[in-house]
Ligand binder design. Structure first.
Ligand SMILES: [Zn+2]
Length: 249
């Protein structure tokens, strides 16, 4: 069944066509009826990515082709041939390769999705105080362990750095954002930024709590605990003594 991983493989196979000006056609009438081939013919393919259960092909001019394969659809990629076989919904020909899409069942055009990412914590121009104020404007009832990995608020922090940064700042991942001070948020975010920058050069340093459940906290010796947190059910790691529960202010 063509789900997430199959879409990622399809996206990988399509990469040789990225950067090429595409000749598009639709031998299949159902494919022709979507109007996709006419809209993308002659445009440069700028990017292919799998997002959830969709394959997104971004063409120059902000035209995005969305392909959902459901149970029956397939993408094939191979050397460019003079005469194609069968009646694919869509043929994309580059200089040396061609991609064919079979059986739809969903091929649709949309405008380029606006990338709603928050400021990149690792970018030189990103000020931690600005990120703190952005977090402050969001829902203050959310758990801090969820808010700081929400890439729409601040981009760049993953589960490991979140766990380590909250331990550094002595903030429980289960605290509501509203129960955490600006200073504590700045401490956690600033530490995460510095640690991630250092890790770019020298990855794999020691961890305080991440994946250390049951082992002693490096600061106080209490056993580190872990539990799934938030909608995505990421595993949170924390020291219950250094990072105690707190009530909202
Ligand atoms: Zn501790």
């Amino acid at each position: 069944m063509p789900e997430g991983d199959a879409l990622h493989r399809a996206a990988a196979r399509l990469q040789p066509l990225v950067g090429e000006r595409i000749e598009a056609g639709s031998p299949n009438p159902q494919g022709e009826a979507t109007g996709v081939a006419r809209a993308i013919d002659g445009r440069v393919l700028e990017r292919v990515e799998a997002v959830g259960k969709h394959l997104l092909l971004e063409f120059e001019g902000g035209v995005v082709l969305r392909s959902h394969l459901r149970m029956s659809g397939r993408w094939r990629v191979g050397p460019r041939t003079a005469a194609g076989r069968g009646r694919p919904w869509l043929v994309l020909r580059g200089g040396r390769f061609e991609a064919t899409q079979w059986n739809g069942p969903v091929l649709a055009l949309e405008r380029r999705a606006v990338r709603r990412l928050g400021p990149d914590l690792l970018a030189d121009g990103t000020d931690v105080a600005l990120v703190v104020s952005r977090v402050r404007r969001a829902d203050q009832r959310r758990l801090v362990g969820e808010a700081l990995v929400d890439q729409r608020l601040v981009a760049g922090i993953g589960n490991m750095w979140l766990a380590e940064a909250l331990w550094e700042a002595k903030v429980s991942p289960w605290a509501a954002v509203g129960a955490v001070s600006d200073e504590e948020l700045a401490h956690a975010l600033g530490w995460a930024r510095d640690a991630m920058r250092a890790a770019v050069l020298a990855p794999g340093g020691p961890r305080a709590v991440y994946r250390r459940a049951g082992r002693p906290c490096r600061r106080c010796g209490t056993a580190v605990v872990s539990r799934g947190l938030g909608d995505a059910n990421r595993t949170a790691y924390w020291c219950p003594a250094c990072q105690p529960d707190r009530v909202s202010r």
